[in-house]
Design a protein around this ligand. Structure first.
Ligand code: E4P
Length: 217
């Protein structure tokens, strides 16, 4: 399973990259705003900065909601850097734009997916990635992980190559459960990735090893 970090914070991206387990980055307009990155020029430069830190794919989201606008913005985003993946919303024009980009060999991530029907449309339109939002479904008492397993089942039935990018991951158990289900990618905060490190027996075992080493030296 690929690990993407879901942030526009350069320090966190650098920390995840330095850990050696990072395969890419996802961002969205809210994450950009959270970092105080505003204005088209600054946002575009920030995408380039992110690409220069990581080796993998970086999702950059269009703001337009009409087909022509998405095509214009998406082409500009894709031209920024070879690692950019154009992120498109799951609306009718987003599906059309996804098909347009996939026919042109430009990689896409269809976002804001909350149902298997939407997942089917993204795959049919040739999306490179599609992002079902687990945490936001959990937030409204709906089983986000169940959606991931249903999409996995359907994609495997037909051999769809679109990668399931489990998004809105909120904690470590989401990552583990996505791995069990067979999501191709997960994107989450640095805290969830670092949470995978933790085990009290690792800490106490290491402390004991160091103590025993000191006895003999
Ligand atoms: C996906 O690409 C989104 O940026 C993201 O995962 C949303 O997560 P949230 O529901 O925690 O905002």
């Amino acid at each position: 399973m690929k690990f993407f970090i879901d942030t526009a914070n350069l320090d966190q991206i650098k920390e995840a990259q330095a850990l050696g387990v990072l395969d890419g980055v996802t961002t969205n307009p809210s994450l950009m705003a959270k970092e105080g990155i505003t204005g088209t020029e600054n946002i575009l430069q920030h995408y380039v900065d992110i690409c220069n830190i990581v080796d993998g794919d970086v999702s950059a989201e269009v703001i337009a909601t009409d087909f022509a606008g998405m095509v214009k913005e998406g082409e500009a985003l894709a031209a920024l850097h070879p690692q950019i993946v154009v992120k498109l919303p799951m609306i009718a024009d987003g599906v059309k734009a996804c098909k347009y980009f996939s026919d042109k060999g430009i990689r896409t991530n269809v976002t804001l997916i909350f149902s298997v029907g939407q997942a089917l449309l993204a795959a049919k339109a040739g999306a490179t990635y599609m992002s079902p939002f687990i945490g936001r479904l959990d937030d409204i008492s709906t089983d986000g992980l169940h959606l991931i397993s249903e999409i996995r089942h359907i994609y495997d039935n037909y051999g769809f190559e679109t990668e399931i990018l489990a998004a809105s991951v909120r904690h470590t158990m989401h990552i583990i459960d996505c791995a069990k289900i067979g999501a191709d990618v997960m994107t989450g905060p640095l805290s969830a990735i670092k949470g995978l490190l933790k085990h009290p027996l690792t800490d106490s075992g290491l402390a004991q090893f160091l103590k025993d080493y000191q006895k003999g030296n």
